[in-house]
Design a protein around this ligand. Structure first.
Ligand SMILES: [Zn+2]
Length: 321
Protein backbone atom coordinates (compact mmCIF):
# COMPACT_ATOMS: atom_id res chain seq x y z
CA UNK A 1 0.00 0.00 0.00
CA UNK A 2 1.22 3.48 -0.89
CA UNK A 3 -0.05 6.80 0.38
CA UNK A 4 -0.41 9.37 -2.38
CA UNK A 5 0.85 12.77 -1.30
CA UNK A 6 0.87 14.58 -4.61
CA UNK A 7 -2.62 15.40 -5.86
CA UNK A 8 -3.44 16.93 -9.23
CA UNK A 9 -6.30 19.10 -7.88
CA UNK A 10 -6.91 20.76 -4.52
CA UNK A 11 -9.11 18.42 -2.44
CA UNK A 12 -11.11 21.32 -1.03
CA UNK A 13 -12.08 23.54 -4.00
CA UNK A 14 -11.40 20.89 -6.72
CA UNK A 15 -10.31 23.83 -8.81
CA UNK A 16 -6.69 24.85 -8.55
CA UNK A 17 -3.67 22.57 -8.47
CA UNK A 18 -1.89 22.26 -5.11
CA UNK A 19 1.24 24.37 -5.21
CA UNK A 20 3.19 23.28 -2.17
CA UNK A 21 3.24 20.63 0.52
CA UNK A 22 1.07 21.44 3.53
CA UNK A 23 1.14 20.10 7.06
CA UNK A 24 -1.68 17.62 7.57
CA UNK A 25 -1.69 18.04 11.34
CA UNK A 26 -1.18 21.85 11.41
CA UNK A 27 2.33 23.03 12.18
CA UNK A 28 0.88 25.26 14.92
CA UNK A 29 0.12 22.15 16.98
CA UNK A 30 3.40 20.39 16.22
CA UNK A 31 2.47 18.67 12.95
CA UNK A 32 5.38 17.66 10.71
CA UNK A 33 3.97 15.36 8.04
CA UNK A 34 3.27 17.19 4.78
CA UNK A 35 1.35 16.39 1.60
CA UNK A 36 0.55 18.27 -1.61
CA UNK A 37 -3.24 18.34 -1.28
CA UNK A 38 -4.49 21.92 -1.00
CA UNK A 39 -4.14 24.88 -3.32
CA UNK A 40 -2.46 28.00 -2.03
CA UNK A 41 -5.71 29.89 -1.68
CA UNK A 42 -7.51 27.15 0.31
CA UNK A 43 -4.49 26.59 2.50
CA UNK A 44 -3.92 30.25 3.29
CA UNK A 45 -7.54 31.14 3.81
CA UNK A 46 -9.89 28.43 4.88
CA UNK A 47 -7.45 25.85 6.23
CA UNK A 48 -5.38 28.37 8.20
CA UNK A 49 -8.55 29.81 9.72
CA UNK A 50 -9.80 26.37 10.69
CA UNK A 51 -6.43 25.33 12.14
CA UNK A 52 -6.51 28.29 14.54
CA UNK A 53 -9.60 26.62 16.00
CA UNK A 54 -7.50 23.92 17.63
CA UNK A 55 -5.94 26.52 19.88
CA UNK A 56 -9.43 27.20 21.21
CA UNK A 57 -9.79 23.62 22.37
CA UNK A 58 -9.49 24.07 26.10
CA UNK A 59 -8.49 20.44 26.66
CA UNK A 60 -5.72 20.61 24.12
CA UNK A 61 -4.40 23.79 25.81
CA UNK A 62 -4.75 22.20 29.21
CA UNK A 63 -2.75 19.17 28.11
CA UNK A 64 -0.09 21.38 26.51
CA UNK A 65 0.27 23.26 29.81
CA UNK A 66 0.78 19.95 31.62
CA UNK A 67 3.27 18.82 28.95
CA UNK A 68 5.28 22.07 28.83
CA UNK A 69 8.45 20.38 30.09
CA UNK A 70 8.16 17.64 27.47
CA UNK A 71 7.16 19.95 24.59
CA UNK A 72 8.86 23.25 25.47
CA UNK A 73 9.05 24.55 21.88
CA UNK A 74 5.39 23.99 21.15
CA UNK A 75 4.39 25.42 24.52
CA UNK A 76 6.46 28.57 23.98
CA UNK A 77 4.98 29.40 20.60
CA UNK A 78 1.38 28.80 21.58
CA UNK A 79 -0.70 31.79 22.59
CA UNK A 80 -3.06 31.18 25.47
CA UNK A 81 -6.00 33.53 25.72
CA UNK A 82 -7.34 34.67 29.06
CA UNK A 83 -10.25 36.89 29.97
CA UNK A 84 -11.79 38.36 33.07
CA UNK A 85 -14.17 41.06 34.29
CA UNK A 86 -13.39 43.92 36.64
CA UNK A 87 -15.86 44.52 39.52
CA UNK A 88 -17.42 47.23 37.29
CA UNK A 89 -18.08 44.62 34.63
CA UNK A 90 -15.41 45.67 32.13
CA UNK A 91 -14.10 42.69 30.16
CA UNK A 92 -10.33 42.44 30.15
CA UNK A 93 -8.57 40.14 27.73
CA UNK A 94 -5.01 39.03 27.86
CA UNK A 95 -2.80 36.69 25.94
CA UNK A 96 0.09 34.71 27.34
CA UNK A 97 2.98 33.63 25.20
CA UNK A 98 6.15 32.15 26.61
CA UNK A 99 4.87 32.84 30.15
CA UNK A 100 4.46 36.58 29.51
CA UNK A 101 1.02 38.10 30.10
CA UNK A 102 0.01 40.83 27.71
CA UNK A 103 -3.15 42.64 28.73
CA UNK A 104 -5.01 44.48 26.01
CA UNK A 105 -5.85 48.10 26.81
CA UNK A 106 -9.58 48.68 26.96
CA UNK A 107 -11.70 51.77 26.69
CA UNK A 108 -14.73 51.56 28.98
CA UNK A 109 -18.19 52.82 27.94
CA UNK A 110 -17.61 56.20 29.62
CA UNK A 111 -14.41 56.76 27.62
CA UNK A 112 -11.96 55.88 30.41
CA UNK A 113 -8.91 53.92 29.33
CA UNK A 114 -8.47 50.93 31.61
CA UNK A 115 -4.83 49.92 31.94
CA UNK A 116 -3.16 47.06 33.77
CA UNK A 117 -1.65 48.66 36.92
CA UNK A 118 1.74 47.17 36.04
CA UNK A 119 1.76 48.87 32.64
CA UNK A 120 -0.09 52.11 33.35
CA UNK A 121 3.02 54.28 32.98
CA UNK A 122 3.96 52.68 29.66
CA UNK A 123 0.41 53.03 28.35
CA UNK A 124 0.28 56.73 29.32
CA UNK A 125 3.60 57.29 27.59
CA UNK A 126 2.23 55.67 24.44
CA UNK A 127 -0.96 57.75 24.46
CA UNK A 128 0.78 61.07 25.10
CA UNK A 129 3.55 60.51 22.62
CA UNK A 130 0.88 59.78 19.97
CA UNK A 131 -0.62 63.20 20.88
CA UNK A 132 2.77 64.80 20.23
CA UNK A 133 3.55 66.04 23.76
CA UNK A 134 7.14 66.94 24.61
CA UNK A 135 9.10 64.08 26.16
CA UNK A 136 9.72 65.80 29.50
CA UNK A 137 5.98 66.31 29.98
CA UNK A 138 5.27 62.69 29.01
CA UNK A 139 7.78 61.44 31.57
CA UNK A 140 6.29 63.60 34.27
CA UNK A 141 2.75 62.19 33.63
CA UNK A 142 4.12 58.65 33.59
CA UNK A 143 5.79 59.32 36.93
CA UNK A 144 2.59 60.73 38.42
CA UNK A 145 0.69 57.60 37.39
CA UNK A 146 3.24 55.57 39.33
CA UNK A 147 2.38 57.46 42.50
CA UNK A 148 -1.40 57.04 42.47
CA UNK A 149 -2.87 53.94 44.14
CA UNK A 150 -4.33 51.05 42.14
CA UNK A 151 -7.99 51.29 41.06
CA UNK A 152 -7.89 55.10 40.84
CA UNK A 153 -7.94 57.25 37.73
CA UNK A 154 -5.67 59.98 36.51
CA UNK A 155 -6.59 62.74 34.08
CA UNK A 156 -3.82 63.37 31.61
CA UNK A 157 -3.68 66.04 28.85
CA UNK A 158 -5.94 65.87 25.79
CA UNK A 159 -8.95 65.12 28.05
CA UNK A 160 -7.89 61.54 28.54
CA UNK A 161 -8.65 59.62 31.72
CA UNK A 162 -6.64 56.50 32.50
CA UNK A 163 -7.63 54.08 35.23
CA UNK A 164 -4.84 52.16 36.93
CA UNK A 165 -6.62 48.86 37.15
CA UNK A 166 -5.63 46.15 39.58
CA UNK A 167 -5.96 42.97 37.54
CA UNK A 168 -8.37 40.39 38.87
CA UNK A 169 -7.42 36.75 38.45
CA UNK A 170 -7.35 35.90 34.75
CA UNK A 171 -8.98 32.65 33.75
CA UNK A 172 -8.61 30.81 30.42
CA UNK A 173 -11.04 32.19 27.92
CA UNK A 174 -13.34 29.61 26.42
CA UNK A 175 -14.39 30.75 22.98
CA UNK A 176 -17.55 29.25 21.55
CA UNK A 177 -17.78 25.92 23.32
CA UNK A 178 -14.02 25.53 23.53
CA UNK A 179 -13.85 22.73 20.95
CA UNK A 180 -12.68 22.53 17.34
CA UNK A 181 -14.98 20.33 15.28
CA UNK A 182 -14.18 21.95 11.93
CA UNK A 183 -10.41 21.61 12.42
CA UNK A 184 -10.87 17.94 13.26
CA UNK A 185 -13.02 17.35 10.20
CA UNK A 186 -10.43 19.05 8.00
CA UNK A 187 -7.61 16.92 9.43
CA UNK A 188 -9.73 13.76 9.11
CA UNK A 189 -10.66 14.63 5.52
CA UNK A 190 -7.04 15.36 4.56
CA UNK A 191 -5.78 12.05 5.95
CA UNK A 192 -8.68 10.25 4.31
CA UNK A 193 -7.64 11.64 0.93
CA UNK A 194 -4.18 10.13 1.45
CA UNK A 195 -5.79 6.77 2.10
CA UNK A 196 -8.32 6.70 -0.71
CA UNK A 197 -6.49 8.65 -3.42
CA UNK A 198 -8.42 10.10 -6.35
CA UNK A 199 -11.78 8.83 -5.12
CA UNK A 200 -11.74 11.82 -2.76
CA UNK A 201 -13.00 13.85 -5.77
CA UNK A 202 -16.23 11.82 -5.90
CA UNK A 203 -19.43 13.84 -5.40
CA UNK A 204 -20.11 11.71 -2.31
CA UNK A 205 -17.58 13.90 -0.46
CA UNK A 206 -19.14 17.21 -1.62
CA UNK A 207 -21.03 17.72 1.67
CA UNK A 208 -17.74 17.55 3.60
CA UNK A 209 -16.14 20.09 1.28
CA UNK A 210 -19.20 22.31 1.59
CA UNK A 211 -19.08 22.07 5.38
CA UNK A 212 -15.38 23.00 5.39
CA UNK A 213 -15.94 25.94 3.05
CA UNK A 214 -19.20 27.34 4.41
CA UNK A 215 -19.89 25.62 7.75
CA UNK A 216 -23.12 24.14 6.41
CA UNK A 217 -23.92 20.91 8.34
CA UNK A 218 -24.22 17.68 6.41
CA UNK A 219 -26.05 14.40 6.75
CA UNK A 220 -23.16 12.17 5.63
CA UNK A 221 -21.14 12.67 8.77
CA UNK A 222 -21.61 13.36 12.44
CA UNK A 223 -19.06 14.39 15.03
CA UNK A 224 -18.81 13.81 18.77
CA UNK A 225 -16.27 15.19 21.24
CA UNK A 226 -15.00 13.65 24.44
CA UNK A 227 -12.36 14.78 26.88
CA UNK A 228 -9.91 12.87 28.97
CA UNK A 229 -9.63 14.58 32.34
CA UNK A 230 -6.78 12.44 33.66
CA UNK A 231 -3.55 14.44 33.15
CA UNK A 232 -1.43 11.34 33.90
CA UNK A 233 -2.44 9.91 30.54
CA UNK A 234 -1.62 12.98 28.42
CA UNK A 235 1.18 12.33 25.94
CA UNK A 236 3.23 14.18 23.35
CA UNK A 237 1.45 12.67 20.33
CA UNK A 238 -1.54 13.30 18.12
CA UNK A 239 -3.18 10.23 16.69
CA UNK A 240 -5.77 9.62 14.00
CA UNK A 241 -7.50 6.25 13.62
CA UNK A 242 -9.67 4.91 10.81
CA UNK A 243 -11.94 1.96 11.51
CA UNK A 244 -14.46 0.53 9.05
CA UNK A 245 -17.67 -0.69 10.68
CA UNK A 246 -20.04 -2.15 8.09
CA UNK A 247 -21.02 0.78 5.87
CA UNK A 248 -19.64 3.43 8.21
CA UNK A 249 -16.12 4.73 8.54
CA UNK A 250 -15.20 5.94 12.02
CA UNK A 251 -12.38 8.49 12.15
CA UNK A 252 -11.06 9.27 15.62
CA UNK A 253 -8.67 12.15 16.19
CA UNK A 254 -6.89 12.39 19.50
CA UNK A 255 -4.94 15.53 20.44
CA UNK A 256 -2.25 14.92 23.09
CA UNK A 257 -4.38 12.19 24.70
CA UNK A 258 -6.66 14.92 26.04
CA UNK A 259 -9.25 15.84 23.45
CA UNK A 260 -10.91 13.22 21.24
CA UNK A 261 -13.08 13.89 18.17
CA UNK A 262 -15.01 11.02 16.65
CA UNK A 263 -16.26 11.54 13.09
CA UNK A 264 -18.73 9.00 11.71
CA UNK A 265 -18.95 8.91 7.93
CA UNK A 266 -21.95 6.97 6.69
CA UNK A 267 -22.43 5.25 3.33
CA UNK A 268 -18.77 4.56 2.85
CA UNK A 269 -17.03 1.20 2.43
CA UNK A 270 -13.30 1.00 2.06
CA UNK A 271 -11.08 -2.02 1.47
CA UNK A 272 -8.76 -1.45 4.41
CA UNK A 273 -10.39 -2.20 7.74
CA UNK A 274 -8.35 -0.12 10.11
CA UNK A 275 -5.25 2.04 10.17
CA UNK A 276 -3.64 4.55 12.51
CA UNK A 277 -1.36 7.57 12.08
CA UNK A 278 0.73 8.91 14.91
CA UNK A 279 2.38 12.34 14.94
CA UNK A 280 5.02 12.04 17.63
CA UNK A 281 5.79 15.67 18.40
CA UNK A 282 8.59 15.13 20.88
CA UNK A 283 10.51 12.68 18.68
CA UNK A 284 9.57 14.65 15.53
CA UNK A 285 8.36 11.49 13.80
CA UNK A 286 5.32 10.77 11.67
CA UNK A 287 4.34 7.14 12.07
CA UNK A 288 1.78 4.73 10.70
CA UNK A 289 0.46 1.32 11.80
CA UNK A 290 -1.46 -0.65 9.19
CA UNK A 291 -3.88 -2.09 11.75
CA UNK A 292 -4.62 -1.55 15.41
CA UNK A 293 -3.27 -5.03 16.04
CA UNK A 294 0.03 -3.87 14.52
CA UNK A 295 -0.07 -0.72 16.64
CA UNK A 296 -0.52 -2.79 19.81
CA UNK A 297 2.37 -5.10 18.82
CA UNK A 298 4.59 -2.10 18.13
CA UNK A 299 4.67 -2.86 14.40
CA UNK A 300 4.77 0.81 13.47
CA UNK A 301 6.50 2.29 10.43
CA UNK A 302 7.93 5.66 9.61
CA UNK A 303 5.34 7.17 7.26
CA UNK A 304 8.04 8.06 4.70
CA UNK A 305 8.43 4.35 3.85
CA UNK A 306 4.86 4.30 2.51
CA UNK A 307 4.73 7.47 0.44
CA UNK A 308 4.09 7.39 -3.28
CA UNK A 309 2.83 9.87 -5.80
CA UNK A 310 0.28 7.66 -7.51
CA UNK A 311 -2.99 9.07 -6.25
CA UNK A 312 -4.96 6.20 -7.84
CA UNK A 313 -3.21 3.48 -5.88
CA UNK A 314 -5.74 2.87 -3.13
CA UNK A 315 -9.15 2.06 -4.49
CA UNK A 316 -12.16 2.51 -2.28
CA UNK A 317 -15.76 1.56 -2.82
CA UNK A 318 -18.50 4.00 -2.15
CA UNK A 319 -21.46 2.31 -0.59
CA UNK A 320 -24.63 3.10 -2.50
CA UNK A 321 -27.54 2.80 -0.10
ZN1 LIG B 1 -8.34 24.90 -3.21
Amino acid sequence: MLLPTDFAKCILCLDNPPTSKEHVFPESIGGQFKAKILCESCNNNRAAQIAVGIQKDIWYLNALTKLQEVLPDLYKRTTFKYATRTPEGIVIKSSVKNGIHKVATIESDDGIIVADEKNTAIIIKGILSAKGLPESEIDSWAQKSGQIPANTSIQVPADIVVKKQEMPMLVPEIQNNGTCESASILIGYEFLSLLVGNIIYDTYFNPIRKYLQTGQPSTIFSIGVSQNTNPDTYHSRHQIDFVQEKERLIITINFLGASVYKITLSGFVWKIKDICFIEDIRQKKSLIALSHDDARKGNIHDISTLLGDDSQSNSATLYQA
